[in-house]
Design a protein around this ligand. Structure first.
Ligand SMILES: NC(=O)c1ccc[n+]([C@@H]2O[C@H](COP(=O)([O-])OP(=O)(O)OC[C@H]3O[C@@H](n4cnc5c(N)ncnc54)[C@H](O)[C@@H]3O)[C@@H](O)[C@H]2O)c1
Length: 269
């Protein structure tokens, strides 16, 4: 059977590999024997990277130009890059949702059978059931600018744009995986709780210290995750060990989502 967790012989594409979770993943994939690693990022990575394509994921022309260069075999794609609400509604929805979707639609026919796309989403998207009608309406808009125009024109829906972008992605993964698996490709996400990366300063600015500190205090182990806590879950979902996992938004949050959904997190508040 071989080592189901190994990346030997695998060619991987990773977005957002310069810092934070993506940089930790690049290091881990190197340890796991990855054959070839391409990174698409606005910033140049400093760790393991066999081909760097400078890409601005908020710009469809830049993304398309990068995707055109990906002509050789691809086994695993990690759509990991993301920005916080500090980037503004248009950029946040573009990088976190529109780019992930365009990357998927362009690369899915080029990924080897049995291959996979793994998205870095967030537990910030757990509130999707209350917004499913709007999310479905928005995801039905395929054209890039029209999609962003809708988001900008609906501030009552998109008032917390980071959370909304991640709700869209949780729903997207569940829906798109249904057709992707019929062509032999698995789609899953991982949904972390707060992680100590360069994005954390932006989250503290938009969500406030109290919300972040409360989330960390509810987690079973009582400390904030670091990128190295999250990267192994991405690697697992992209590996052959996850061959029967599809359409899953895997929480990597030390129990925070479970505590919130059962109400235990709010007892004594
Ligand atoms: N840090 C957290 O608390 C947390 C929690 C849940 C989910 N996430 C998600 O994890 C993912 C990685 O974030 P991180 O926390 O490692 O932060 P980070 O800022 O360290 O990493 C983001 C990466 O995306 C790249 N990037 C940003 N804008 C880009 C653009 N326009 N074009 C191309 N690349 C761009 C950055 O250069 C960087 O390498 C994001 O999708 C984020 O939403 C983070």
């Amino acid at each position: 059977m071989g080592n189901l967790f190994s990346y030997a012989g695998k060619r991987v594409v990773l977005t957002g590999g310069a810092t934070g979770i993506g940089a930790a993943l690049a290091e881990l994939l190197d340890e796991l024997g990855v054959e070839h690693l391409t990174i698409l990022d606005i910033k140049e990575p400093t760790g393991r990277c066999d081909r760097f394509i400078r890409t601005d994921l908020s710009d469809p022309a830049s993304l398309d130009a990068a995707l055109e260069q990906l002509t050789d075999r691809i086994d695993v794609v990690f759509s990991n890059a993301g920005v916080a609400a500090t980037a503004g509604v248009r950029t946040c929805m573009a990088v976190n949702v529109a780019a992930s979707r365009r990357l998927t639609d362009t690369l899915i026919d080029r990924i080897s059978e049995g291959g996979t796309i793994v998205y870095t989403v967030s537990m910030a998207g757990n509130g999707w059931p209350a917004q499913i009608a709007d999310i479905t309406t928005l995801l039905a808009i395929e054209e890039w600018d029209e999609f962003l125009d809708w988001a900008e024109a609906h501030p009552e829906v998109v008032n917390d744009v980071y959370a909304f972008s991640k709700m869209c992605m949780q729903v997207y993964v569940m829906r798109r995986s249904y057709t992707a698996i019929r062509q032999g490709i698995r789609l899953n996400s991982i949904c972390p709780a707060p992680v100590d990366t360069p994005l954390m300063a932006d989250f503290r600015q938009t969500m406030g210290d109290d919300a972040i500190n409360w989330a960390v205090s509810v987690q079973g182990n009582g400390r904030m995750a670091v990128a190295a806590d999250i990267a192994p879950a991405l690697a697992l979902m992209g590996s052959d060990a996850a061959a029967f996992i599809n359409g899953e938004n895997l929480h990597v949050d030390s129990g925070l989502s479970s505590a919130m959904v059962t109400g235990l997190a709010f007892e004594g508040m």
